[in-house]
Structures are given as structure tokens and as C-alpha cells.
Ligand binder design. Structure first.
Ligand code: BG6
Length: 255
């Protein structure tokens, strides 16, 4: 439309895609750091994207976060069931319930009239307990769905904000800083080169699983998230970025 044309958004999308080696980039007007409508625009664009790419029989894995929560709210309530299965990317990340992947997966499934499977895992289980839970047959079955998801839709956060939101202690926060963590996605913290340097004790999608998933889509905006997005995309697993001008311009400056 006119706004996109006036702002040269198609050009920014192409430059970013080339620079980051992505299949597709969608940039909406504005900056989520300074105004909330940009986050809603990102969510609407993501909802449209999902409707365009999802096919009967596919598995969609989603993470939590406020951006993904908006995505769920932007999806239209379908009258005809879409024969897909929605699963959370990970369980037990220590987020507020309305921002949890389970909640978001269930809401997306309700709107799309899709099937869903949830991961019920208490937050912050000790490592040994995580392994025991993950090896149960009912849980294994869901993990297998997650690990072969056709579409993975995940948010991105700054390491700093996510550590705060998940109430990491001072020692853990210091460790994150020491290791150069700048970005976070699905419980992993990445340094600028895209190497995972720290991980929350929870389970579900692992970084290496992304190699076996179909399309990996990262969603998030705001200039403040640019470094975080760059870190996460530097893993080399992402195919699509849906963002706003605030993040897009900053990434072009940084690369
Ligand atoms: C978390 C996701 O719940 O939300 C992360 O697990 C993501 O992948 C984070 O980094 C982003 O949150 P928000 O609220 O900034 O969209």
C-alpha cells in the first residue's frame, strides 16, 4: 500500500534479506520501542504470513512472549478447522502465564480450530528431573512433534530483559554478561556470533533441532532488539524475519 511505498519498505526488506541471508523479511512501519501499534502491526503481518504458509497436516511450534501473544490475538477465528497441530516450543521458562508458550499455542489452536498438544513442565526443575520428565512416553511424543515442526515461530529478546523477566539471580546474570550474551530465544542466550552461551533449565526445542524443522520464523521489533535479533539470526537457522522499521534500520547500521 501507499505507506509501504512512501517509506520504501520493500527496499529495506530486500536489503535486510540479502544482508542476513534470509529467505524473506517483512518490515512494518514504526518502532515497537516507542509505540505499541508497531507490535500490533508486526502481529498482524505474522498472522497473515501464517495463514499464507500453513498447510493441512502441518505442525506449528510457537514460543511465548508478548509479541507472540499479540500474534495469537491477531488471528481470525476460523469457521472451518485448519488440519494442523500447534505445540509450544518449550515448557517451563518461568514466564507469567499469559506470556507462556502453552497459553499462546492453545489460543492459536482455538482460533485456527487446530489440534494442540501442550508441555506441562514446572518452572526451574533441577537438571536430573528435567531429564526424567523428558523421557516419559507422553512427553516424548510431544517432543517428537516439536522437533519436526514444519513452522517454528519464535520471539526474540535482549539477554538483559529476558534475564530480568525470568528472575535470574545475580550470579547467573553476571555469567551471562561475562559470556557476552546479547540475545535470547526459546530459553537460549546467544552471543553476537550466534553461539549459545547459556541455557535455561527447561525443555523442548533445542537449537540444533532447528536444522530439522521446516521454516524458522523470528518475530520481534524495536530498535533495542536489533543486536539480539542479529545474534539469534547469526545461528544460521532462521529463514524469515518479521519486524518493524526500528529494528530494521538499526540492523542495517550494525551490519
Ligand atoms: C519468550 C520466548 O517467551 O519471549 C523468547 O521464549 C523470546 O523466544 C521472548 O525471546 C520475547 O518476548 P517479547 O515479550 O519481547 O515478545
Amino acid at each position: 500500500d501507499l505507506v509501504r511505498e512512501l517509506r520504501g519498505l520493500a527496499d529495506v526488506e530486500q536489503r535486510l534479506a540479502r544482508r542476513l541471508g534470509l529467505q524473506r523479511v517483512i518490515v512494518v512501519p514504526g518502532d515497537a520501542d516507542v509505540d505499541d501499534t508497531s507490535k500490533k502491526e508486526i502481529a498482524r503481518a505474522t498472522a497473515r504470513f501464517l495463514k499464507e504458509v500453513l498447510r493441512e497436516g502441518q505442525v506449528l511450534a510457537v514460543t511465548g512472549g508478548s509479541t507472540l501473544a499479540e500474534v495469537a490475538l491477531s488471528l481470525p477465528e476460523e469457521s472451518v478447522p485448519l488440519g494442523i497441530t500447534v505445540v509450544p516450543g518449550r515448557g517451563g521458562l518461568g514466564e507469567d502465564v499469559e506470556l507462556q508458550a502453552n497459553t499462546i499455542a492453545a489460543e492459536i489452536a482455538r482460533r485456527l480450530r487446530a489440534n494442540y498438544r501442550l508441555l506441562h513442565v514446572p518452572d526451574d526443575l533441577p537438571e536430573e528431573a528435567v531429564e526424567t520428565v523428558a523421557s516419559q512416553p507422553q512427553v516424548r511424543e510431544i517432543l517428537d512433534l516439536i522437533r519436526r515442526a514444519d513452522i517454528v515461530l519464535h520471539g526474540v529478546g535482549t539477554a538483559e530483559e529476558m534475564a530480568r523477566r525470568r528472575r535470574l539471580g545475580p550470579a547467573e546474570t553476571a555469567r551471562l554478561r561475562e559470556r557476552g550474551a546479547v540475545g535470547e530465544a526459546f530459553g537460549y542466550y546467544f552471543n553476537r556470533q550466534g553461539q549459545p552461551v547459556y541455557q535455561t533449565a527447561s525443555f523442548g526445542l533445542r537449537v540444533e533441532d532447528l536444522a530439522h524443522c521446516g521454516q524458522v520464523v523470528v518475530v520481534g521489533g524495536g530498535r533495542s532488539k536489533a543486536e539480539a535479533a542479529l545474534a539469534v539470526i547469526s545461528t544460521g537457522y532462521q529463514d524469515v524475519l518479521i519486524t518493524d522499521e526500528g529494528l530494521a534500520w538499526r540492523v542495517l547500521e550494525l551490519t
